[in-house]
Design a protein around this ligand. Structure first.
Ligand SMILES: *Cc1c(COP(=O)(O)O)cnc(C)c1O
Length: 423
């Protein structure tokens, strides 16, 4: 059973200061999970997690993760700038972008970050943008075809825009070695949100074997292998969570089977987890404000897809707990909707829930990653505040809610915009 990390009483208290909807994050859970990840990979001396900033680009959360050694995985100018402001610079930045504008390569190099090339043509793009090739470079690999795990989870690398073919990565390594690059890395992201302990070990085998061949055939020094993101979380209550210790142990086995015998027992492992780092430790709190009885039973809440768009765009399941009714019978069936003029703006469809009364607080689970960050302003909806529930039980606002002035700010150079903002 899924339990929220906050109680109804806590939320009632918090809502006196911070009106709903808001995102709230659990500092205790974040810290325990980050510690567990580092323990699971402590057998690898160079291990580093580069938190995928796009999942939750909040400097306060990035700094908590940084305390455990996490860097930033960035893929845009704003994410690079944010990392620097959060005090995360140099080798703590991995730049895994695609379709990259040249000024972003230059910015990454200025900060001392590692550039992970998405395409072979980017070798020249980096040289032009930066003026030279940095001594450390990484390449993103795409093996093509389909990637199937034994539980049926499948992803389709052959259909994805990312990464280089095997032939291209060999060629890229030869070219870059010739041009003076000394330390090489490889990276791949083959399946997303895998709720199974076998994804990382399987991916590791693919990448480790490739690394051995690359080292043998091109003579380069492979310094690190980046397993990227993709470790999932159990959004549904009947799913079993990944066990990061089992995953770390699975990767260690493959490391000892493939890399160690090849004399490559010094290769550092990197990860770029987003969802796994923060997903379960954030929730969207919203209030039931309308009920409607037509062909179905609807509960209207004060949040909408602008606050959490995964259900609207992917039909993604997010578990919902009606606070204070954790143990009540789920004997009602509702669509839980937001107010956008879009019929897909539903947090749940035909969901069995306890009877919901107007004013009830709903806790929408697993919104800590790819939640607030995907927010948008359709229908003039404003993005909510982000709050941090600290270990001592106090609450810190780590991002204020948007105001209408924020929404109108890009009209400020016009008379009508000035009127809107200074009304
Ligand atoms: C999105 C992304 C990640 C993180 O993915 P999760 O599913 O959150 O683990 C890591 N690396 C890259 C390059 C990404 O684009």
């Amino acid at each position: 059973m899924k339990r929220p990390f906050v109680t109804k009483e806590q939320i009632e208290e918090i809502a006196k200061t911070y009106p709903t909807p808001f995102h709230i994050y659990d500092e205790k859970g974040i810290r325990e999970n980050a510690r567990a990840l580092y323990e699971a990979f402590s057998w690898n001396p160079g291990f580093k997690e580069y938190f995928a900033v796009k999942a939750t680009p909040n400097p306060f959360l990035m700094q908590i993760l940084h305390e455990y050694g996490c860097g930033s995985d960035c893929s845009s100018m704003a994410e690079l700038v944010l990392s620097e402001a959060a005090g995360i610079t140099g080798r703590d930045i991995m730049f895994s972008s695609n379709d990259t504008p040249p000024e972003e390569f230059a910015c990454c190099e200025k900060l001392g970050g590692i550039i992970n090339l998405d395409d072979i043509t980017h070798i020249e793009a980096v040289e032009r943008a930066v003026g030279y090739l940095p001594k450390t470079m990484s390449c993103r690999y795409n093996p093509g075809g389909v990637f199937v795990l034994s539980n049926g989870i499948m992803d389709n690398p052959g259909d994805s825009k990312y990464g280089m073919t095997e032939a291209q990565i060999f060629e890229a390594f030869r070219i870059m070695k010739e041009k003076g690059v000394e330390h090489f890395g490889i990276h791949a992201f083959l399946a997303s949100n895998t709720v199974t302990n076998e994804y990382y070990p399987m991916l590791a085998k693919v990448l480790f074997e490739l690394a051995v061949r690359l080292a043998k055939e091109t003579g380069v020094h492979v310094a690190f292998i980046n397993l990227s993101g993709g470790i999932g979380i159990p959004y549904r209550p009947d799913q079993e969570a990944n066990d990061i210790r089992v995953i770390g142990e699975g990767v260690r086995k493959v490391y000892e089977e493939v890399l160690v015998p090849a004399g490559m027992g010094d290769v550092a492992l990197y990860t770029e987890l987003g969802r796994f780092m923060l997903g379960p430790y954030g929730g969207l709190v919203t209030r039931a404000i309308n009920e409607k009885h037509t062909y179905k039973e609807y509960i209207g809440v004060d949040a909408c897809a602008a606050n959490l768009m995964r259900p609207a765009i992917y039909g993604a399941y997010h578990h919902i707990t009606v606070l204070g009714k954790e143990d009540a019978l789920c004997d009602h069936v509702y669509d839980v909707t937001g107010s956008l003029c879009e019929n897909c703006d539903k947090f749940a469809v035909d969901r069995k829930l306890p009877k919901i009364d107007m004013g009830d607080y709903l806790f929408i689970h697993d919104a800590g990653a790819h939640g607030h960050s995907m927010g948008y302003n359709y229908n003039g909806k404003l993005r909510s505040a982000e709050l941090l529930l600290k270990e001592d039980g106090s609450v810190q606002m780590i991002r204020r809610a948007e105001t209408m002035n924020d929404y109108f700010a890009t009209l400020d150079c016009f008379e009508i915009g000035k009127k809107l903002i200074h009304r």
